[in-house]
Design a protein around this ligand. Structure first.
Ligand SMILES: NC(=O)c1ccc[n+]([C@@H]2O[C@H](COP(=O)([O-])OP(=O)(O)OC[C@H]3O[C@@H](n4cnc5c(N)ncnc54)[C@H](O)[C@@H]3O)[C@@H](O)[C@H]2O)c1
Length: 329
Protein backbone atom coordinates (compact mmCIF):
# COMPACT_ATOMS: atom_id res chain seq x y z
CA UNK A 1 0.00 0.00 0.00
CA UNK A 2 1.33 3.45 -0.98
CA UNK A 3 0.33 6.53 1.02
CA UNK A 4 -0.11 9.63 -1.17
CA UNK A 5 -0.53 13.00 0.55
CA UNK A 6 -2.15 15.67 -1.61
CA UNK A 7 -3.63 13.01 -3.90
CA UNK A 8 -6.66 15.21 -4.68
CA UNK A 9 -4.42 17.91 -6.16
CA UNK A 10 -3.35 18.44 -9.75
CA UNK A 11 -0.21 16.31 -9.77
CA UNK A 12 -1.13 13.91 -6.97
CA UNK A 13 -4.38 12.90 -8.68
CA UNK A 14 -2.48 11.93 -11.85
CA UNK A 15 0.07 9.90 -9.92
CA UNK A 16 -2.67 8.11 -7.92
CA UNK A 17 -4.28 7.03 -11.20
CA UNK A 18 -0.99 5.79 -12.61
CA UNK A 19 -0.22 3.89 -9.40
CA UNK A 20 -3.66 2.23 -9.47
CA UNK A 21 -3.20 1.37 -13.18
CA UNK A 22 0.02 -0.43 -12.24
CA UNK A 23 -1.75 -2.46 -9.56
CA UNK A 24 -0.62 -0.55 -6.46
CA UNK A 25 -3.09 -0.13 -3.61
CA UNK A 26 -3.24 3.54 -2.71
CA UNK A 27 -4.45 5.54 0.26
CA UNK A 28 -4.82 9.31 -0.14
CA UNK A 29 -4.75 11.93 2.62
CA UNK A 30 -5.85 15.36 1.45
CA UNK A 31 -7.47 18.23 3.35
CA UNK A 32 -9.03 19.56 0.11
CA UNK A 33 -7.75 23.12 0.66
CA UNK A 34 -6.85 23.32 -3.03
CA UNK A 35 -7.66 19.78 -4.18
CA UNK A 36 -10.88 18.24 -5.48
CA UNK A 37 -12.53 15.08 -4.25
CA UNK A 38 -13.70 14.43 -7.85
CA UNK A 39 -10.05 14.16 -8.91
CA UNK A 40 -9.32 11.20 -6.64
CA UNK A 41 -9.32 7.89 -8.44
CA UNK A 42 -12.15 5.67 -7.16
CA UNK A 43 -9.73 2.77 -6.74
CA UNK A 44 -7.91 4.67 -3.96
CA UNK A 45 -8.99 4.93 -0.32
CA UNK A 46 -9.59 8.61 0.43
CA UNK A 47 -9.22 10.20 3.86
CA UNK A 48 -9.90 13.89 4.32
CA UNK A 49 -7.36 15.32 6.75
CA UNK A 50 -3.98 16.94 7.27
CA UNK A 51 -0.86 15.19 6.05
CA UNK A 52 0.83 15.75 9.42
CA UNK A 53 -2.09 14.88 11.72
CA UNK A 54 -0.49 12.49 14.24
CA UNK A 55 -3.76 10.76 15.23
CA UNK A 56 -4.72 10.17 11.61
CA UNK A 57 -1.23 8.88 10.80
CA UNK A 58 -1.33 6.55 13.83
CA UNK A 59 -4.60 5.14 12.53
CA UNK A 60 -3.29 4.69 8.97
CA UNK A 61 0.08 3.24 9.94
CA UNK A 62 -1.54 0.81 12.41
CA UNK A 63 -4.25 -0.29 9.97
CA UNK A 64 -2.32 -0.60 6.71
CA UNK A 65 1.06 -1.91 5.73
CA UNK A 66 2.53 1.21 4.07
CA UNK A 67 5.50 0.49 1.80
CA UNK A 68 6.25 4.10 0.86
CA UNK A 69 4.94 7.64 1.17
CA UNK A 70 4.64 10.08 -1.74
CA UNK A 71 4.33 13.59 -0.34
CA UNK A 72 2.62 16.10 -2.64
CA UNK A 73 0.60 18.00 -0.01
CA UNK A 74 1.84 21.57 0.23
CA UNK A 75 0.97 25.20 -0.27
CA UNK A 76 2.48 26.13 -3.60
CA UNK A 77 1.87 29.77 -4.58
CA UNK A 78 5.15 31.68 -4.77
CA UNK A 79 3.54 35.13 -4.50
CA UNK A 80 1.36 34.12 -1.55
CA UNK A 81 4.43 32.71 0.21
CA UNK A 82 6.04 36.16 0.14
CA UNK A 83 2.95 37.77 1.72
CA UNK A 84 2.15 34.94 4.17
CA UNK A 85 5.48 33.19 4.85
CA UNK A 86 4.34 31.52 8.07
CA UNK A 87 1.56 29.71 6.22
CA UNK A 88 4.31 28.14 4.08
CA UNK A 89 6.61 27.23 6.94
CA UNK A 90 3.62 25.79 8.83
CA UNK A 91 1.98 23.83 6.01
CA UNK A 92 5.08 22.77 4.14
CA UNK A 93 7.73 22.39 6.84
CA UNK A 94 5.90 21.73 10.13
CA UNK A 95 3.36 19.34 8.59
CA UNK A 96 6.19 17.45 6.89
CA UNK A 97 8.16 17.20 10.16
CA UNK A 98 5.07 15.63 11.75
CA UNK A 99 4.66 13.20 8.88
CA UNK A 100 8.34 12.23 9.00
CA UNK A 101 8.19 11.78 12.80
CA UNK A 102 5.36 9.30 12.39
CA UNK A 103 7.12 7.55 9.52
CA UNK A 104 10.24 7.03 11.62
CA UNK A 105 8.14 5.92 14.61
CA UNK A 106 6.45 3.22 12.47
CA UNK A 107 9.69 2.47 10.57
CA UNK A 108 8.29 3.37 7.17
CA UNK A 109 11.46 3.99 5.29
CA UNK A 110 10.69 5.07 1.71
CA UNK A 111 9.77 8.66 0.91
CA UNK A 112 9.27 10.48 -2.39
CA UNK A 113 9.15 14.23 -2.08
CA UNK A 114 7.73 16.91 -4.41
CA UNK A 115 10.46 19.52 -4.53
CA UNK A 116 10.84 22.32 -7.01
CA UNK A 117 13.22 24.22 -9.26
CA UNK A 118 12.39 27.22 -7.01
CA UNK A 119 15.10 25.81 -4.71
CA UNK A 120 17.69 27.11 -7.22
CA UNK A 121 16.57 30.74 -6.97
CA UNK A 122 17.96 32.87 -9.79
CA UNK A 123 20.63 30.64 -11.31
CA UNK A 124 23.59 32.12 -13.13
CA UNK A 125 23.46 29.48 -15.84
CA UNK A 126 20.66 28.80 -18.27
CA UNK A 127 20.54 24.98 -18.03
CA UNK A 128 20.21 23.76 -14.47
CA UNK A 129 21.62 20.54 -13.11
CA UNK A 130 21.45 19.25 -9.55
CA UNK A 131 25.01 20.35 -8.77
CA UNK A 132 24.06 24.00 -9.06
CA UNK A 133 24.02 25.74 -5.66
CA UNK A 134 20.56 26.31 -4.16
CA UNK A 135 19.65 29.90 -3.24
CA UNK A 136 15.84 30.06 -3.09
CA UNK A 137 14.52 33.62 -3.12
CA UNK A 138 11.03 33.14 -1.68
CA UNK A 139 9.53 31.33 1.34
CA UNK A 140 7.96 28.67 -0.92
CA UNK A 141 11.36 27.64 -2.35
CA UNK A 142 13.00 27.97 1.07
CA UNK A 143 10.37 25.73 2.68
CA UNK A 144 11.04 23.02 0.09
CA UNK A 145 14.80 23.30 0.54
CA UNK A 146 14.37 23.00 4.33
CA UNK A 147 12.54 19.72 3.78
CA UNK A 148 15.30 18.45 1.48
CA UNK A 149 17.82 19.33 4.23
CA UNK A 150 15.77 17.44 6.82
CA UNK A 151 15.51 14.40 4.57
CA UNK A 152 19.26 14.36 4.16
CA UNK A 153 19.77 14.47 7.95
CA UNK A 154 17.20 11.75 8.64
CA UNK A 155 18.68 9.43 6.05
CA UNK A 156 22.13 9.89 7.63
CA UNK A 157 20.83 8.92 11.06
CA UNK A 158 18.23 6.21 10.39
CA UNK A 159 17.19 3.44 8.04
CA UNK A 160 15.38 5.91 5.81
CA UNK A 161 15.52 6.35 2.01
CA UNK A 162 14.25 9.21 -0.07
CA UNK A 163 14.11 10.64 -3.54
CA UNK A 164 13.38 14.36 -3.87
CA UNK A 165 12.16 15.36 -7.32
CA UNK A 166 12.71 18.98 -8.29
CA UNK A 167 9.96 19.69 -10.78
CA UNK A 168 10.14 22.41 -13.40
CA UNK A 169 6.82 23.76 -14.79
CA UNK A 170 4.28 20.97 -14.72
CA UNK A 171 1.65 21.16 -17.47
CA UNK A 172 -0.93 19.22 -19.47
CA UNK A 173 -3.63 16.81 -18.38
CA UNK A 174 -4.32 13.10 -18.31
CA UNK A 175 -4.79 11.79 -21.88
CA UNK A 176 -8.30 10.56 -20.91
CA UNK A 177 -9.30 14.18 -20.21
CA UNK A 178 -10.81 13.02 -16.91
CA UNK A 179 -8.34 14.78 -14.62
CA UNK A 180 -6.50 18.02 -15.20
CA UNK A 181 -5.48 21.31 -13.70
CA UNK A 182 -8.06 23.27 -11.70
CA UNK A 183 -6.55 25.86 -9.34
CA UNK A 184 -8.20 28.97 -7.93
CA UNK A 185 -6.43 31.29 -8.32
CA UNK A 186 -4.65 29.82 -11.34
CA UNK A 187 -1.09 31.10 -11.59
CA UNK A 188 0.21 28.74 -14.29
CA UNK A 189 0.71 30.01 -17.81
CA UNK A 190 -0.87 27.32 -20.01
CA UNK A 191 -4.23 27.07 -18.19
CA UNK A 192 -4.41 30.84 -18.03
CA UNK A 193 -3.83 31.21 -21.78
CA UNK A 194 -6.30 28.44 -22.62
CA UNK A 195 -8.97 29.85 -20.31
CA UNK A 196 -8.44 33.23 -21.92
CA UNK A 197 -8.87 31.62 -25.35
CA UNK A 198 -12.13 30.13 -24.07
CA UNK A 199 -13.33 33.68 -23.35
CA UNK A 200 -12.88 33.50 -19.57
CA UNK A 201 -10.63 36.58 -19.35
CA UNK A 202 -10.29 39.68 -21.51
CA UNK A 203 -6.51 39.56 -21.91
CA UNK A 204 -3.40 37.57 -21.07
CA UNK A 205 -0.56 39.35 -19.28
CA UNK A 206 3.13 39.07 -20.16
CA UNK A 207 5.31 40.16 -17.26
CA UNK A 208 8.23 41.82 -19.03
CA UNK A 209 9.31 41.69 -22.69
CA UNK A 210 12.78 43.16 -22.26
CA UNK A 211 14.70 40.15 -20.92
CA UNK A 212 17.89 39.01 -22.63
CA UNK A 213 16.06 36.15 -24.39
CA UNK A 214 15.29 35.57 -28.08
CA UNK A 215 11.96 37.47 -27.96
CA UNK A 216 12.43 39.35 -24.68
CA UNK A 217 10.00 37.20 -22.65
CA UNK A 218 10.92 34.66 -19.95
CA UNK A 219 11.80 31.10 -20.92
CA UNK A 220 10.60 28.11 -18.92
CA UNK A 221 10.74 24.32 -19.15
CA UNK A 222 7.33 22.56 -19.30
CA UNK A 223 7.04 18.92 -18.34
CA UNK A 224 3.88 16.93 -19.01
CA UNK A 225 2.17 15.74 -15.83
CA UNK A 226 2.10 12.14 -17.16
CA UNK A 227 5.85 12.22 -17.78
CA UNK A 228 6.30 13.63 -14.28
CA UNK A 229 4.11 10.86 -12.90
CA UNK A 230 6.22 8.26 -14.72
CA UNK A 231 9.26 9.70 -12.91
CA UNK A 232 7.50 9.07 -9.59
CA UNK A 233 6.71 5.45 -10.44
CA UNK A 234 10.33 4.86 -11.45
CA UNK A 235 11.50 6.50 -8.23
CA UNK A 236 9.14 4.32 -6.19
CA UNK A 237 10.30 1.14 -7.89
CA UNK A 238 13.92 2.15 -7.44
CA UNK A 239 13.36 2.57 -3.70
CA UNK A 240 11.36 -0.64 -3.33
CA UNK A 241 13.89 -2.72 -5.30
CA UNK A 242 16.90 -1.26 -3.55
CA UNK A 243 16.10 -2.82 -0.16
CA UNK A 244 19.18 -2.69 2.02
CA UNK A 245 20.94 -0.01 -0.03
CA UNK A 246 20.74 3.54 1.26
CA UNK A 247 19.11 5.94 -1.19
CA UNK A 248 19.26 9.70 -0.72
CA UNK A 249 18.83 11.26 -4.15
CA UNK A 250 17.74 14.51 -5.70
CA UNK A 251 16.67 14.53 -9.34
CA UNK A 252 15.52 17.36 -11.58
CA UNK A 253 12.39 16.60 -13.59
CA UNK A 254 12.04 18.82 -16.62
CA UNK A 255 11.75 18.45 -20.37
CA UNK A 256 15.15 20.08 -21.08
CA UNK A 257 13.50 22.35 -23.63
CA UNK A 258 12.86 26.07 -23.11
CA UNK A 259 9.72 27.83 -24.35
CA UNK A 260 9.26 31.59 -24.03
CA UNK A 261 6.00 33.13 -22.78
CA UNK A 262 5.34 34.63 -26.20
CA UNK A 263 6.05 31.34 -27.97
CA UNK A 264 3.68 29.60 -25.55
CA UNK A 265 0.90 32.05 -26.38
CA UNK A 266 1.39 31.39 -30.11
CA UNK A 267 1.45 27.61 -29.58
CA UNK A 268 -1.76 27.75 -27.53
CA UNK A 269 -3.40 29.91 -30.23
CA UNK A 270 -2.41 27.28 -32.77
CA UNK A 271 -3.88 24.40 -30.71
CA UNK A 272 -7.07 26.26 -29.74
CA UNK A 273 -7.57 27.94 -33.13
CA UNK A 274 -8.20 31.33 -31.51
CA UNK A 275 -6.33 34.62 -31.15
CA UNK A 276 -5.14 35.94 -27.79
CA UNK A 277 -5.34 39.52 -26.61
CA UNK A 278 -1.95 40.20 -25.01
CA UNK A 279 -1.11 42.92 -22.48
CA UNK A 280 2.56 43.68 -21.73
CA UNK A 281 3.18 44.46 -18.05
CA UNK A 282 6.40 45.48 -16.26
CA UNK A 283 8.73 42.70 -15.09
CA UNK A 284 7.76 40.90 -11.87
CA UNK A 285 10.36 40.94 -9.10
CA UNK A 286 12.29 37.70 -8.84
CA UNK A 287 11.46 36.18 -12.25
CA UNK A 288 14.65 34.60 -13.65
CA UNK A 289 14.96 35.14 -17.44
CA UNK A 290 15.43 31.44 -18.15
CA UNK A 291 14.87 28.19 -16.23
CA UNK A 292 15.58 25.03 -18.19
CA UNK A 293 16.37 21.67 -16.60
CA UNK A 294 19.06 19.21 -17.24
CA UNK A 295 17.30 15.91 -16.49
CA UNK A 296 20.37 13.90 -17.38
CA UNK A 297 20.73 12.45 -13.88
CA UNK A 298 17.23 10.93 -13.72
CA UNK A 299 17.61 9.69 -17.31
CA UNK A 300 20.82 7.90 -16.38
CA UNK A 301 19.97 6.59 -12.91
CA UNK A 302 16.26 5.74 -13.32
CA UNK A 303 16.02 5.39 -17.11
CA UNK A 304 13.37 8.13 -17.29
CA UNK A 305 12.55 9.80 -20.62
CA UNK A 306 9.76 12.26 -21.46
CA UNK A 307 7.17 11.21 -24.04
CA UNK A 308 5.27 14.46 -24.55
CA UNK A 309 6.53 17.44 -26.53
CA UNK A 310 5.18 20.91 -25.98
CA UNK A 311 2.39 20.68 -28.59
CA UNK A 312 1.03 17.38 -27.27
CA UNK A 313 1.26 18.81 -23.75
CA UNK A 314 -0.89 21.81 -24.74
CA UNK A 315 -3.28 19.51 -26.63
CA UNK A 316 -3.99 17.41 -23.53
CA UNK A 317 -4.53 20.59 -21.46
CA UNK A 318 -6.88 21.95 -24.15
CA UNK A 319 -8.79 18.67 -24.21
CA UNK A 320 -9.26 18.91 -20.40
CA UNK A 321 -10.36 22.58 -20.51
CA UNK A 322 -12.83 21.94 -23.34
CA UNK A 323 -14.35 18.96 -21.52
CA UNK A 324 -14.38 20.80 -18.17
CA UNK A 325 -14.84 24.53 -18.89
CA UNK A 326 -15.60 25.11 -15.19
CA UNK A 327 -12.97 22.70 -13.86
CA UNK A 328 -14.32 20.05 -11.50
CA UNK A 329 -17.41 22.15 -10.69
N1 LIG B 1 2.45 22.37 -10.31
C1 LIG B 1 3.74 22.65 -10.50
O1 LIG B 1 4.14 23.14 -11.56
C2 LIG B 1 4.75 22.31 -9.42
C3 LIG B 1 6.10 22.64 -9.64
C4 LIG B 1 7.03 22.31 -8.65
C5 LIG B 1 6.63 21.65 -7.50
N2 LIG B 1 5.32 21.37 -7.30
C6 LIG B 1 4.94 20.67 -6.06
O2 LIG B 1 4.11 19.57 -6.38
C7 LIG B 1 3.18 19.33 -5.33
C8 LIG B 1 1.78 19.25 -5.92
O3 LIG B 1 1.50 20.46 -6.62
P1 LIG B 1 0.11 20.68 -7.36
O4 LIG B 1 0.36 21.61 -8.48
O5 LIG B 1 -0.53 19.38 -7.61
O6 LIG B 1 -0.68 21.49 -6.24
P2 LIG B 1 -2.20 21.33 -5.78
O7 LIG B 1 -2.50 22.54 -4.94
O8 LIG B 1 -3.07 21.06 -6.94
O9 LIG B 1 -2.14 20.04 -4.86
C9 LIG B 1 -1.75 20.06 -3.51
C10 LIG B 1 -2.73 19.16 -2.77
O10 LIG B 1 -2.33 19.07 -1.39
C11 LIG B 1 -3.47 19.28 -0.56
N3 LIG B 1 -2.93 19.81 0.70
C12 LIG B 1 -2.27 20.98 0.91
N4 LIG B 1 -1.86 21.04 2.18
C13 LIG B 1 -2.27 19.90 2.79
C14 LIG B 1 -2.11 19.37 4.09
N5 LIG B 1 -1.47 20.03 5.06
N6 LIG B 1 -2.65 18.15 4.36
C15 LIG B 1 -3.32 17.45 3.41
N7 LIG B 1 -3.47 17.91 2.15
C16 LIG B 1 -2.96 19.11 1.85
C17 LIG B 1 -4.37 20.22 -1.33
O11 LIG B 1 -5.71 20.16 -0.94
C18 LIG B 1 -4.17 19.72 -2.76
O12 LIG B 1 -5.06 18.68 -3.07
C19 LIG B 1 3.38 20.45 -4.33
O13 LIG B 1 4.18 19.97 -3.28
C20 LIG B 1 4.12 21.52 -5.12
O14 LIG B 1 4.92 22.32 -4.28
C21 LIG B 1 4.36 21.68 -8.23
Amino acid sequence: MILVTGGAGYIGSHVVRDLADRGYSVIVIDNLTTGHIEAVDKRAIFIRGDAGDPKLLDLIFKTYSIQAVMHFAASCLVGESVVHPLKYYQNNVVETVRLLQKMTEYQIKHFIFSSTCATYGIPNQSTIDEKLPTHPINPYGKSKLMIETMLNSISASADFNYIALRYFNVAGAHPSGEVGEDHDPETHLIPNILRHLQGKSSYIEIWGNDYATSDGTCIRDYIHVTDLSAGHILALEYLLKNQGRKTAEIFNLGNEHGVSVLEMIHLCEQVAGAKANVKIQPRRKGDPPQLVASSQKIRTVLGWAPRYDIISTIETAWNWHRKHPNGYN
